[in-house]
Design a protein around this ligand. Structure first.
Ligand SMILES: C[C@@](CO)(OP(=O)(O)O)[C@H](O)COP(=O)(O)OP(=O)(O)OC[C@H]1O[C@@H](n2ccc(N)nc2=O)[C@H](O)[C@@H]1O
Ligand SMILES: Nc1ncnc2c1ncn2[C@@H]1O[C@H](COP(=O)(O)OP(=O)(O)O)[C@@H](O)[C@H]1O
Length: 287
């Protein structure tokens, strides 16, 4: 058995996000285009054959270990394995802002499922891992599958897609946005007509939009100001329900020039959009 492995846990962007309806259980039906970024957290899994415990090397501030999606994912996987397994200690190099619409928690859960499936040599298939992932959050399956995708339902019906792999300036306006608050807002557009798959892939990227953006901009002036600034240089959008926003650029140098001139006090990073997850890329290199 391999005693230890370090794996990427990349961010995602919702290149567009349309709300096309509401299900009887209150959840909103979406159509969204997911792409990964070559930037994210990193998780290190170290097997502890002398102890059966699944534990974090250090807690994430503000998240109880019991609620941490890494622990929840590891436990869900161990339950599915249904046999005694060596314990594991997981350490996190957290680089993604939490609750920013970059899917960091969901990505951590997926890296845990995929990484421990490998380390514990369980040989569960991608469908089974995606199903366990969906029980942890709507965005987990796309990270498990590792391919940019057009997503429907609450995000679980995935069709692989090949959007352009552009460069992005990602900014984190200084505010925390609660996803539930945005989805329950009376001003939210919930009736965007469904689109067919082809235009979603091949449409003009400058026409991509996010149906949460109007409500989020009204409630959070920091997001409005960030979008106003970024959209001077090209198309700029909100990812998920925010708070992160992104601007698209054809080259790294074009993105870095804008990054260098960002207003003071706003954090973020420059990253490349990638259609194959850095997690899966790393695992391919290892096997
Ligand atoms: C909006 C998206 C788009 O990628 O991303 P994020 O902004 O979180 O990254 C996701 O669909 C987020 O899915 P998920 O991660 O499961 O959402 P949660 O934070 O659990 O949702 C909090 C609450 O928002 C509402 N909610 C969420 C998703 C959805 N499709 N419809 C909803 O109505 C529900 O009331 C839910 O209880
Ligand atoms: N490992 C984790 N990393 C980040 N957030 C986590 C994790 N485990 C649980 N959470 C919780 O999930 C929430 C959503 O986090 P995250 O996935 O980063 O944002 P978003 O869903 O907006 O993209 C956080 O505010 C936090 O309370």
């Amino acid at each position: 058995m391999h005693p230890s492995i370090t794996l990427p846990s990349p961010a995602k962007l919702n290149l567009f996000l349309h709300i096309v309806g509401k299900r009887p259980d209150g959840y909103h039906e979406l159509q969204t285009l997911f792409q990964f970024l070559d930037y994210g957290d990193e998780l290190t899994f170290t097997l502890t054959p002398d102890s059966p415990d699944i534990r974090l090397a250090q807690p994430i501030p503000g998240v109880a270990d019991e609620d941490n999606l890494i622990i929840r994912a590891a436990r869900a996987l161990a339950a599915r394995a249904g046999k005694p397994l060596p314990g594991v200690t997981i350490s996190i190099d957290k680089r993604l802002p939490m609750g920013g619409g970059l899917g960091g928690g969901s990505s951590n859960a997926a890296t845990t499922l995929v990484g421990l499936n490998w380390l514990w040599q369980l040989n569960l298939g991608e469908d089974e891992l995606a199903e366990i992932g969906l029980g942890l959050g709507a965005d987990v399956p796309v990270f498990v599958r590792g391919r940019a995708a057009f997503a429907e339902g609450v995000g679980e019906k995935l069709t692989p897609a090949e959007p352009p792999e552009d460069w992005f300036v990602v900014l984190k306006p200084d505010c925390d946005i609660n996803t539930g608050k945005i989805f329950s807002h009376e001003g939210l557009t919930r009736d965007t007509p469904k689109i067919t798959i082809r235009p979603a892939f091949e449409g003009d990227a400058s026409r991509y939009r996010n149906d949460c953006e109007d409500v989020v901009q009204k409630l959070y002036p920091e997001v409005r100001q960030g979008l106003e600034w970024l959209s001077q240089f090209g198309p700029a959008r909100l990812t998920g329900t925010g708070a992160c926003i992104f601007g698209r650029f054809p080259t790294e140098s074009a993105a870095r020039i804008i990054w260098e001139s960002k207003p003071s006090g706003i954090t973020g990073f420059v990253a490349k959009g990638v259609n194959y997850s850095p997690l899966h890329q790393k695992l391919t290199e290892l096997t």
